[in-house]
Design a protein around this ligand. Structure first.
Ligand code: GLU
Length: 287
């Protein structure tokens, strides 16, 4: 079958092989990794927490821990898990915020159990964007993270949806994980989602959409494709691309990959081609 116009354009804009390989090596060597998991990676179609998905995520994270890496998990799923517990159909901001409080404790119970299977202890940190912007609060947050990591405890972070002043939006955790990645100083950001990375179109609607394996000098081209395929709504692939781009501008590689991909984190840790990798940019723009 001949290549589509999209494929040809993507090939033309592809990041060179050597740069991709170097970035995969840097990602594989990361000592401190922040992993963000979205609601779809943790819940089923009825919005119940999906034990299999959660255990799979934890097994993947434990693979990194067993390799001696430090991990920080940013997990969504509080509102989703709350809906599964209390019932669907709620939609006012107050209801969503209240649902998050039900779902968050349920989520943490499951994480605690799941990590215990491997002998690891977890900790919960809930924060808002304000906490990240206020220097004193950020210092406290940072110190807590460092202490937990020293102890070998896995910090699990979510936005404090019940008291966040902004409207609760899917996608906030994409921004929060990028801010934490830069502020705390990690070596790699991995965003796990229900699509396999960044595509030339929306893979959920367009069978011919092709995976873009790396984003670097082609950022302008990729951003144009994402804007075109994803529309105006907040969340989804745009916030993931924006978060990954932010960390790459701080010299940190980032990967967007599918949470259901077998041993997805191990694949990254062994330099396999998985998802879309963002090339770190040292010293400004590379376009
Ligand atoms: N904090 C929300 C939740 O746990 C999700 C926000 C997001 O996905 O960015 O349900």
């Amino acid at each position: 079958m001949s290549e589509t116009v999209d494929d040809e354009a993507a090939d033309e804009h592809a990041v060179d092989r050597e740069t991709v390989d170097r970035t995969r090596e840097q990602a594989a060597d990361a000592d401190r990794v922040i992993v963000k998991a979205g609601t779809n990676s943790l819940t089923d179609a009825e919005s119940n927490l999906d034990d299999e998905k959660l255990d799979k995520l934890v097994d993947d994270l434990v693979d990194l821990l067993d390799r001696g890496k430090e991990i920080i998990l940013v997990s969504s799923g509080a509102v989703g898990a709350g809906k599964g517990r209390v019932g669907n159909g709620e939609e006012t901001l107050e209801e969503l915020q209240a649902l998050s409080t039900v779902g968050q404790s349920h989520l943490m119970r499951r994480y605690t159990e799941s990590f215990e299977r491997h002998g690891y202890t977890v900790a919960q940190i809930l924060l808002t964007q304000d906490d990240l912007e206020n220097p004193d609060r950020f210092t406290n947050f940072h110190n807590t993270i460092e202490t937990l990591l020293e102890w070998g405890v896995v910090p699990i972070i979510n936005e404090n949806d019940a008291i966040g002043t902004e409207e609760l939006r899917i996608g906030d955790n994409d921004m929060i994980s990028a801010s934490i990645a830069v502020g705390v100083g990690v070596d790699l950001l991995v965003t796990l989602t229900d699509v396999g990375g960044v595509y030339t179109g929306n893979p959920k609607e367009d069978d011919s959409a092709a995976l873009i394996d790396a984003v670097g000098e082609n950022y302008g081209y990729v951003q144009g494709l994402v804007d075109e395929s994803a529309g105006e709504e907040f969340g989804g692939i745009q916030t993931k691309v924006s978060g990954a781009r932010t960390v790459s501008e701080h010299g940190i590689p980032a990967v967007i990959a599918k949470s259901t991909e077998p041993e997805v984190l191990e694949q990254i840790a062994t330099q396999k081609a998985v998802g879309t990798i963002f090339v770190p940019i040292n010293g400004g723009h590379n376009e």
